[in-house]
Design a protein around this ligand. Structure first.
Ligand SMILES: Nc1ncnc2c1ncn2[C@@H]1O[C@H](COP(=O)(O)OP(=O)(O)O)[C@@H](O)[C@H]1O
Ligand SMILES: [Mg+2]
Length: 229
């Protein structure tokens, strides 16, 4: 469903990703684990077309999107929840979700969205900026989901979020997988969260994938070594 082949991405002269190759299958959730500065956000931005690709290819559902602008990638079925959530603080919850509908076929918020995130229904008239970090994260996920993506990218969704809400987010992601044919790629530093949601885990270090494992075979101590400074 998502096919990333030998992806190189640079900031000016400085290469940050040195040939990333992985696939994520239909209905699969994949976690990209790594410390700060290892290249997670750079990877997601390049998958989304926010950063240009130096070389390599990205395919979504069999279509090459490597040279597409972001909005075309959205049309081809990829959606993105950026690190730090980036919701609109002065828009209401409902208006924030509606911004995701611009490129969607249906112009109304599907009921399924509020069923997944009841707190967003309760708070739909409130300004996004008045929500807690965890609620804003749920809002950012809801906004991404209304485009009905085949591939959903989430960049560090648990960052700065309290443990009880982290559990809620894991539950919501697992619920989404049951409801839809969706492939999820999530970057993370919290191993317990990744093990709650992911079928396969990769470790990124210095712009390279250096380790891959299935959830069942995960050597937690080994992965924690990569995650500790
Ligand atoms: N805008 C930028 N300009 C130059 N270098 C950058 C920029 N953003 C990130 N980098 C560098 O790219 C590398 C990967 O960063 P990033 O993708 O943000 O890592 P992560 O998301 O895993 O914390 C780091 O060495 C970082 O300093
Ligand atoms: Mg990052």
């Amino acid at each position: 469903m998502l096919n990333v082949n030998d992806l190189h991405v640079a900031y000016g002269q400085s290469e940050a990703l040195h040939g990333i190759t992985f696939t994520a299958n239909p209905k699969e959730t994949v976690a990209i684990m790594g410390r700060n500065g290892m290249g997670k956000t750079t990877l997601f931005k390049s998958l989304m077309g926010v950063l240009p690709t130096k070389s390599g290819t990205v395919e979504v559902a069999g279509q090459d999107v490597t040279r597409d602008e972001s909005y075309r990638r959205v049309k081809k079925g990829i959606a993105y929840v950026p690190q730090g959530r980036m919701i609109f603080p002065t828009l209401t919850v409902q208006e924030n979700i509606e911004t995701g509908l611009e490129n969607a076929r249906h112009k109304r918020i599907p009921e399924e969205i509020y069923a997944l995130f009841p707190v967003l229904f309760d708070m739909r008239k409130r300004k996004g900026g008045n929500l807690s970090g965890g609620q804003q994260q749920q809002l950012a996920i809801a906004r991404a989901l209304v485009t009905d993506p085949k591939v959903l990218l989430l960049d560090e969704p648990t960052e700065g979020i309290q443990p009880s809400i982290i559990k809620d987010i894991a539950k919501a992601l697992n619920e989404i997988r049951k409801l839809r044919d969706i492939t999820i790629v999530v970057s993370e530093q919290v191993l317990s969260f990744a093990l709650d949601v992911a079928d396969r885990l990769f470790v990124i270090e210095g712009g390279r994938l250096v380790h891959e494992t299935t959830r069942e075979n995960t050597d937690a101590a080994h992965i924690k070594q990569y995650l500790s400074v």
